[in-house]
Design a binder for this molecule. Structure first.
Ligand code: SF4
Length: 252
């Protein structure tokens, strides 16, 4: 309570020190906001440089090591856009080996070659010859299926020659490990990669070629057969030719 002037004079005269309420503190000025430091502009991380596949090292890998090497491969730019690598499927000692081109969208998502409509057509054709892609069972009735490229080219574009070349040691090793009696090369890029030939399939089919000593039969890719019914009959002839080769006991 504030003293009146008269009371204050009286109290001072009595030697009483008057208590004065402290002056209200000046409100502190609002802090001047300091501008937040501008976010550092980061340059996009440079894509990792491709790491070439040493073919001589791949040539010594067993199945688990080979699968692991493919899964971690960064030998070409396709490693940047793949969902996962597509290694291969089937019996490790199958009498037949089917080699396709490059993974498509579903293969990239599922990690298995020849899935979707073209895969179903391939399975139906194989079934007609009592063959399947199962991993166990009689090797005489099994196929091993792999692609020339293990990663999907973006938007299913054609594989580039250097991508095929960098990926080739993996397929070579798969063929060495399976040791099939016959290889069925399906589609233009599989044929180009294995036979080093740019001739059309129509000119290469109908006879037995060789890849690293293994008999090789050329035929159309199932995705093409889905669009071209007349060539289905030719593809069936090709499978029958491959079957006749697969039944032949290899000479050592
Ligand atoms: S396509 Fe073949 S070479 Fe290229 S990153 Fe995939 S596995 Fe490696």
């Amino acid at each position: 309570m504030p003293w009146t002037e008269r009371q204050a004079t009286l109290l001072r005269a009595m030697g009483v020190r008057l208590w004065q309420p402290p002056a209200a503190a000046e409100p502190a000025p609002p802090p001047v906001p300091t501008p937040a430091p501008a976010p550092a502009v980061r340059a996009p991380a440079p894509a990792a440089a491709p790491v070439p596949v040493p073919a001589s090292a791949v040539a010594r890998l067993d199945w688990p090591a080979l699968r692991e090497a493919v899964a971690g491969c960064r030998a070409c730019g396709l490693c940047e856009t793949r969902t996962q690598t597509v290694f291969g499927v089937g019996h490790a000692q199958a009498r037949w080996m089917v080699v396709g081109e490059a993974p498509g969208e579903q293969e990239d998502l599922q990690g298995e070659p020849f899935v979707g409509a073209s895969g179903q057509l391939l399975d139906a054709m194989l079934r007609a010859l009592q063959l399947s892609r199962a991993e166990d069972g009689d090797p005489a009735q099994r196929v091993y299926i792999a692609n020339t490229l293990k990663c999907r080219p973006p938007r299913n574009r054609n594989p580039a020659p250097d991508e095929l070349a960098r990926c080739e040691p993996f397929l070579v090793r798969q063929i060495e490990l399976v040791r099939p009696r016959v290889i069925l090369a399906m589609g233009r890029f599989a044929v180009q990669a294995l036979l080093r030939s740019s001739e059309p399939i129509g000119k290469l089919r109908g006879r037995v070629h060789r890849y690293q000593g293994v008999p090789l039969v050329v035929t159309y890719h199932p995705a093409y057969l889905l669009r071209s019914l007349p060539d289905k009959a030719r593809a069936w002839d090709d499978l029958c030719l491959a079957a006749s080769v697969a039944d032949v006991e290899p000479t050592q």
